[in-house]
Design a protein around this ligand. Structure first.
Ligand SMILES: NC(=O)c1ccc[n+]([C@@H]2O[C@H](COP(=O)([O-])OP(=O)(O)OC[C@H]3O[C@@H](n4cnc5c(N)ncnc54)[C@H](OP(=O)(O)O)[C@@H]3O)[C@@H](O)[C@H]2O)c1
Length: 311
């Protein structure tokens, strides 16, 4: 797997996204990893040294093959995806092109260089009625995004490549330039603005700190593990409880927060109600130990302070 003595070349797709950014930064801390970051747009990371950045849309077969042939990665981590659930529901062909067809392109290019493929997937492959979900639980997506991710998983499993599939849940964290939002950042912003918000109290998740997710994925790479892993946070809560926890951690009033039922929101895509994971496999094989939600929020607060302190 390694190119030279002990260097592993990792190609990351979707490197401008929330997870992609953190994987690049976490990878840079390890001298045994050689990072090739790729994204469909110019590089949005603040740090530009210590790795190679290449523009590459994963839907562009010719470009993908050329990049893979030139750089010959040992491991490919696919973080690129259409990730907005309602957008996916309303733009099904774009969603399928990126979340499924492009995975075929990446798998073919990975096979051509005999690499290993790690696909990032989601709790939304499940219907949310039978938690806690194990790696072996039966998938049954309830929306188009979930269907596309479940189909991608199938392609990866039958590719014949050495593979990892990492499913995760409601990822949160702070990205460079705050270029990606998420439930926690949305809650902080809404609470600070004193905006009246309606938040569902009947969907339960275990929010995942993006740094923990990146560490879990790199553990798969370093330990050369294969197969499916559930990697998520440890604290189960409703989205309403999440917003209340954020308000308390950041000392913000939650007077304008109203708990509501999912059905009252009339969103384009259905959501699985409860999707917590059984994390025992990741704990045993990867020594994965996620931070608590309150520890995660402390890190978010520190990172936000740094950004606002910048001139
Ligand atoms: N966020 C969550 O709560 C969550 C939960 C479960 C699973 N996941 C999974 O985790 C993975 C990473 O998600 P994330 O949270 O980091 O999402 P994200 O911030 O939306 O990042 C997705 C990235 O994919 C890129 N992308 C989209 N189309 C592309 C294309 N054709 N070619 C190359 N790049 C393309 C986007 O580029 P631009 O930046 O240029 O738009 C973006 O940088 C995804 O597989 C997602 O399904 C996420």
């Amino acid at each position: 797997m390694a190119n030279e003595a002990s260097t592993t070349k990792i190609l990351i797709t979707g490197a401008n996204g929330m997870l992609g950014q953190k994987l690049v930064y976490a990878g840079l801390q390890d001298p045994n990893l050689d990072i090739i970051a790729t994204g469909r747009c110019p590089n949005r990371l603040v740090q530009t040294q210590g790795y190679t950045y290449l523009e590459m849309s994963i839907t562009d077969s010719e470009r993908v093959h050329a990049v893979f042939q030139e750089h010959r990665p040992d491991v490919v981590i696919n973080c690129a995806a259409i990730t907005q659930v309602d957008y996916a529901e309303e733009n099904p062909s774009e969603c399928w092109r990126v979340n499924v067809d492009a995975v075929k392109i990446l798998l073919k290019a990975t096979a051509a260089v005999s690499g290993k493929f790690i696909q990032v997937s989601t709790d939304f492959v499940f219907d949310g009625t039978q938690e806690p979900y194990r790696e072996t639980s039966v998938v049954n997506p309830v929306n188009y995004y979930g269907k596309s991710k479940a189909e991608a998983e199938k392609l990866v499993r039958k590719s014949g490549l050495a593979f990892g599939i990492v499913r995760t849940i409601l990822v949160y964290g702070v990205t460079d330039h705050l270029s990606r939002s998420n439930a926690v950042l949305w809650a902080i912003r809404s609470l600070r603005e004193g905006k009246a918000i309606r938040v569902v109290e009947d969907q339960f998740r275990t929010p995942t700190l993006v740094e923990d997710l990146a560490a879990g994925i790199l553990a798969i790479v370093r330990r050369n593990k294969k197969g499916t892993f559930h990697i998520a946070g440890k604290d189960r809560m409703s989205i309403h409880q999440l917003v209340i926890a954020v308000s308390e951690a950041f000392g913000l009033t939650n007077d304008a927060v109203t708990p509501v039922a999912t059905a009252s929101l009339n969103e384009p895509a259905r959501r699985p109600p409860c999707t917590s994971f059984d994390l025992s496999k990741a704990k045993e094989h990867l020594d994965f130990e996620p931070r608590s939600f309150s520890e995660g929020l402390q890190l978010v607060a520190q990172q936000l302070e740094k950004i606002t302190a910048q001139p």
